[in-house]
Design a protein around this ligand. Sequence first.
Ligand SMILES: CC(C)(COP(=O)(O)OP(=O)(O)OC[C@H]1O[C@@H](n2cnc3c(N)ncnc32)[C@H](O)[C@@H]1OP(=O)(O)O)[C@@H](O)C(=O)NCCC(=O)NCCS
Length: 272
Amino acid sequence: MNQFGVLRLEGDNAEQIEVCDLVDGRHGHLVAGMQALHAEHFPTYVTETAGIAIDASRPSARYGLMVHQWLVTIDGQPAALQIMDSNLVRGIGVARFTAIGGSHRRTRIGGHRLSAWLTTLASDTLVSDVGSNALGLVGEVEEFDEGAITFWLSLGHRLLPIPHAERGERSQPEARAQDHAQGTTWDDLVLQTEQLIEGDPRLRPSALMWVPAAGVDADALQQHVCEAGSAAWLLDEYALDAFHPLVVATVGDQANLSSPDRNRDAAGIALP
Ligand SMILES: CC(C)(COP(=O)(O)OP(=O)(O)OC[C@H]1O[C@@H](n2cnc3c(N)ncnc32)[C@H](O)[C@@H]1OP(=O)(O)O)[C@@H](O)C(=O)NCCC(=O)NCCS
């Protein structure tokens, strides 16, 4: 990727592929296209779609994080996206969203499917952001979607053996309107940790999957990644109570590290 956050390459069928990192106020003309692609594939993540524009206008470097939002265009058209944070505190990449437009799923780069190529881009970027201690990428697969889990396992991801739940808005329009009326959106829902155990319609039981960084001894590090990966989601993303027994049992010593903050810059100054 060059200094403007752009990578140009050719697909196996001579497609002109461009990958742009929509951060630091760069590539503003592409933000709407990325949001449209995101909304098409993740229609219930309304707040996250809006958040793409906010993150695009802010620096990539935040307090304890590097934020990346890649839009892939193929022959000039928005075709795929990958949104990923490097969590510098925990040495983990938080894989937030990956989507490929239906007509582009046959695209291959050096024989690799675009999804596998994007995973490698995210892994390599994590290593570049974090250094040689990078553990790899951890992402959520909502509601134990068996088809999705099988697919990601086929790309070399591992299923982490820990209980997990994703914070989300309910998918039915009426329920979503109710959640919004109650102020339970992604940004302002304050979760009670008990909900992880007892179940709550605003929480989706979910699996955590891990893509080990190149050269990592995955078997030896899996327990550490369970703790660092769940801390990246439960503490850093969802702000659960770090002293709750379930959270303590899941995240271990990771509870002692201070969470990154995407609303502050790298020096800790609040962003507008
Ligand atoms: C996930 C995704 C990026 C994978 O793209 P891809 O590498 O081009 O792979 P495909 O979509 O062609 O899927 C490959 C195979 O896995 C299957 N698969 C992939 N995701 C699946 C799912 N959630 N459920 C069931 N099957 C799934 C496909 O049906 C396909 O099977 P086939 O080869 O028998 O046709 C793409 O399916 C996508 O954009 N999905 C929508 C967004 C999404 O769910 N993202 C993941 C969560 S962040």
